[in-house]
Design a protein around this ligand. Structure first.
Ligand code: BGC
Length: 290
């Protein structure tokens, strides 16, 4: 899809209704997933995709219960069970309570999607400690706390071969900014750079236990978090200078990748960052020159 003023608000046509037929419900059947930050954007799309692939899903949300209810309704329409769990992932007590609730409702957890994330942008000389701390706490400490609790449960339960070849899967939602520096967003880029080595170090540690840990690194995806980068034609057109494939990504595309990575089809994949970015990582500024 070319970057034109008239197309910036529309999803690619192949992403319209009927997409659920793209995932087969036996891919994750019998599996129990927890998706953090699942009430909107990428988390919402992943929660729905996992349900379409056959998993029951716990929908974590930080504040807006109304949005989270809508996600539960969509999961129910896919014929799967869903529960709502409110928790701020940066708070240890709330994370412990969330895992207790999910495990008592579902019996166990097979898949953790470490997705909850925020942006609090400011130039470096204007950035407050509160802006720094809130982003690091949610995006990095929150991923640590949830990964730790998931691994405790995976270790306790071990492999149940009827359900999955592995003892558990963690997918960290990172960003192209785990490697691309981002002026004006140093807290966000630092948090995602941290997620990269958090993920890889955990993956190395738990691989012998048959636990897989990977990251999905989205580029520009049409979500509320980055609305200002795509919702007016001028912004969309300048965003396209960074995307060789010349269109914005859709949340559902992240969902499909998460469903694949969580499934046994991806059983040999661990400790890897998968970029899903229309080529943003190809340094498009170097297309000519250099
Ligand atoms: C950020 C978006 C941004 C994208 C590409 C993502 O991690 O959340 O706001 O548009 O990276 O820069």
């Amino acid at each position: 899809m070319p970057a034109t003023s008239s197309t910036h608000l529309q999803a690619a046509t192949w992403l319209s209704p009927g997409r659920s037929k793209r995932l087969t419900p036996d891919l994750l059947s019998g599996q129990k997933a927890l998706v953090t930050g699942a009430s909107s954007g990428i988390g919402k799309a992943i929660a729905i995709a996992l349900a379409e692939a056959g998993a029951d899903v716990a929908v974590n949300f930080p504040a807006s219960e109304a949005e989270a209810h809508e996600v539960v309704a969509q999961i129910s329409r896919a014929g799967r069970k869903a529960i709502l769990v409110q928790a701020d992932v940066s708070q240890e007590e709330q994370v412990l309570e969330m895992f207790d609730r999910v495990i008592s409702a579902f019996g166990t957890i097979d898949i953790l999607i470490n997705n909850a994330g925020i942006q609090r942008d400011a130039s470096i000389d204007e950035m407050t400690l509160a802006q720094w701390n809130s982003v690091i706490s949610t995006n990095l400490t929150g991923q640590f706390l949830c990964a730790r609790e998931a691994i405790r449960e995976f270790k306790r339960r071990g492999v149940v071969s009827d359900i999955s070849i592995s003892a558990g899967k963690i997918i960290c939602v990172s960003s192209v900014h785990e490697v691309i520096p981002w002026a004006g967003h140093v807290n966000y880029a630092a948090s995602k750079g941290g997620v990269m080595l958090l993920m890889k170090s955990i993956a190395q540690e738990v691989a012998p236990l048959k636990i897989r840990v990977n990251s999905i690194c989205p580029g520009a995806i049409r979500t509320p978090l980055n609305r200002s980068a795509w919702d007016v034609p001028e912004a969309y057109d300048s965003l396209m200078a960074l995307v060789p494939y010349n269109r914005i990504g859709e949340p559902d595309e992240i969902g499909w990748l998460a469903a694949f990575l969580a499934s046994d089809l991806a059983d040999y994949i661990t400790g890897t960052s998968i970029y899903i970015d229309g080529g943003m990582m190809l340094y498009p500024g170097f297309e000519s020159g250099g």
